[in-house]
Design a protein around this ligand. Structure first.
Ligand code: SF4
Length: 158
């Protein structure tokens, strides 16, 4: 079983009520085989859809887990607790089902694994990971994104 961002499978869970459907043939075949478990950490953590966009301020998901920085929406409301709650739920599900890998939407303050946005709400990308990606990785779960899915596919074929 592989954990996957629900929005990559077409769930309208993005902050703007849209999705990030990613119809890679191998992904579709894993889905057909019942090997993908969708989760949206932000919705699981209690945020509504649609919701205001949120970014990690002066840090990334690892810093949020360490209590060094916060996740704030573009109205200035601190949503860190909800992001942490969602990450914990994703981790609990992964542990319960002994999941060892996840495919998460890159760029998200929850799911990003190689980049996120810089906390200024100006569409500026920075290297770093989101809160859920950081928590999963800290717990030994390999995190991939739609951009490096081929690496996971190659591993599955080994
Ligand atoms: S939190 Fe993750 S699964 Fe949910 S909408 Fe954002 S990127 Fe998709």
């Amino acid at each position: 079983m592989i954990l996957i961002s629900g929005c990559l499978l077409g769930a309208n869970t993005r902050y703007d009520g849209e999705n990030n459907r990613f119809s890679h043939p191998r992904l579709m075949s894993l889905l057909a085989q019942g090997q993908l478990l969708p989760v949206c950490p932000e919705v699981a953590g209690g945020l509504e859809t649609p919701r205001l966009p949120a970014e990690i301020i002066r840090g990334d998901g690892k810093d949020v887990l360490a209590g060094k920085c916060s996740v704030v929406d573009n109205a200035g409301v601190d949503v860190t607790e909800k992001f942490l709650a969602g990450a914990e739920i994703a981790l609990s599900v992964a542990k319960l089902l002994k999941i060892k890998a996840a495919i998460l939407k890159d760029g998200s303050p929850s799911c990003g694994s190689t980049y996120i946005y810089d906390g200024t709400f100006s569409d500026k990308e920075v290297k770093g990971c989101g809160v859920t990606a950081a928590l999963l990785e800290e717990n030994g779960i390999e995190v991939y994104s739609e951009n490096n899915l081929e690496q996971l596919i190659a591993k599955l074929q080994d």
